[in-house]
Design a protein around this ligand. Sequence first.
Ligand SMILES: Cc1cc2nc3c(=O)[nH]c(=O)nc-3n(C[C@H](O)[C@H](O)[C@H](O)COP(=O)(O)OP(=O)(O)OC[C@H]3O[C@@H](n4cnc5c(N)ncnc54)[C@H](O)[C@@H]3O)c2cc1C
Length: 497
Amino acid sequence: MTIAMPKPNAKIMARRAAIVAAMRAIVPGEGVVDAGVEMRVFETDALTAYRQMPLVVVLPETVSQVAAVLRYCHENEVPVVPRGAGTSLSGGSLPLEDGVLLVLSRFNRILEVDFDNRCAVVQPGVTNLGITREVEHAGFYYAPDPSSQIACSIGGNVAENSGGVHCLKYGLTANNLLGVEFVTIEGEVIRLGGKHLDSEGYDLLGLLTGSEGLLGVVTEVTVRILQKPETARAVLIGFPTSEQAGTCVAAIIARGIIPGGMEMMDAPAIRAAEDFVHAGYPLDVEALLIVELDGPGAEVDHLLSEVEGIARENGATTARVSQSDAERMTFWAGRKAAFPAVGRISPDYLCMDGTIPRKELPRVLAGMRALSQKHRLAVANVFHAGDGNLHPLILYDASKDDELQRAEDFGADILRLCVEVGGVLTGEHGVGIEKRDLMPEMFGEDDLKHQQRVKCAFDPRHLLNPGKMFPVLHRCAELGRLHVHKGQLPFPELPRF
Ligand SMILES: Cc1cc2nc3c(=O)[nH]c(=O)nc-3n(C[C@H](O)[C@H](O)[C@H](O)COP(=O)(O)OP(=O)(O)OC[C@H]3O[C@@H](n4cnc5c(N)ncnc54)[C@H](O)[C@@H]3O)c2cc1C
């Protein structure tokens, strides 16, 4: 492990048997897993370079069980890591050796579909795609579509503010979320928002979205559902250089066109995806754009010809428009399978996630090439080009001595470059442990302290997902949140790492 996690608290470890017994009293039957071999499946998320066995795994089925688990952990000062499907790419659901892993996968029911109000109320363990599957018979769908949508949970999507190829036009999770029910570390059940479009008071829903399991545990989610557009067509556009493709992306948006999706892949990613999925991608180009236009048929035809014209002005050498919905889906299948496809050409890869202003794409792509040489590692690029959200996949071999370290250094340099050009450290995968130590590249000490004051307001004992997001845990007392009586800090043993 090159990223340090908080040292396990020996006093908590010594109480393991009592903690397991308490969990069994709250969640009967098969809802508590404490045998080593059975806990092994939970030891990592999709950031598989990091593994850590939990103290115990708890799979509650009801909100009152979640509340009782959290109340017990609060009273007994036991850390808690919430987990949905475990597909986080930033180590957000990596367990802690001295912590309860609270898995929401049994919260898997669709509670209500309300077509009149165009929303669905679901439990957090329902998969992202499960929502669309439930409403598609009536011509509706849930718009944010992470490539992991077949597996990832909507609770995880809320915690990471996840995005996908169609978020350029339809917004991220935050823009499609109407309400949540969540449980605080003290076991209080709170509802924010609902079926109505706006909620009263501070935008606490916005605060909770993307909070990576550090503020509360989501137990119910209300999302907006949309009517499927009348027509959708995609065009594959090939370029001799990535810089030309990057310039074309900026030009399309500058012309006032907002495609349903606009994705870019570079040569290594195109080849890997084509070998895997046979999507019909051109192999003689250095960069590929997939641009989807949706809406009424006449509008789509008009916009497609505009996009093709802009592409030609920017040096495109090929353009192929989908002729059927099946062909459009095949175009997307290659893109959606790009991560596993790259997994076939390299023993390991690190998937980075930074966001930049669109017009900086050519500069950042050139910078990435130089960094690839500096760190002596190859990179395949797959990204949500329209949003300026990059996903460089750094190829390495973990069995070779220093390659993980070099891959992490390469990734850190890419994220520094994103910040340098006016971008941010993450677009949709979250900070987790992966980018935790890079937070000071973007935020000053005062900024970080302000963010932790919010954390202290929800979780003064820092029990929810500690070790994630913040490089240093400040005691809440230091941040002015808690009263210090006669110089005695309330939580002197809070870990610093
Ligand atoms: C192949 C692949 C492709 C991917 N593509 C995309 C993509 O296109 N776009 C994208 O945004 N992401 C993508 N991801 C990342 C990942 O799928 C998302 O971050 C997803 O939202 C995680 O959901 P999950 O249920 O797996 O959450 P987990 O991995 O279990 O947890 C993620 C975080 O959410 C917290 N959490 C989970 N459930 C709850 C809850 N109920 N209450 C409070 N906190 C909770 C956890 O503590 C953790 O911090 C991809 C991942 C993979 C493996």
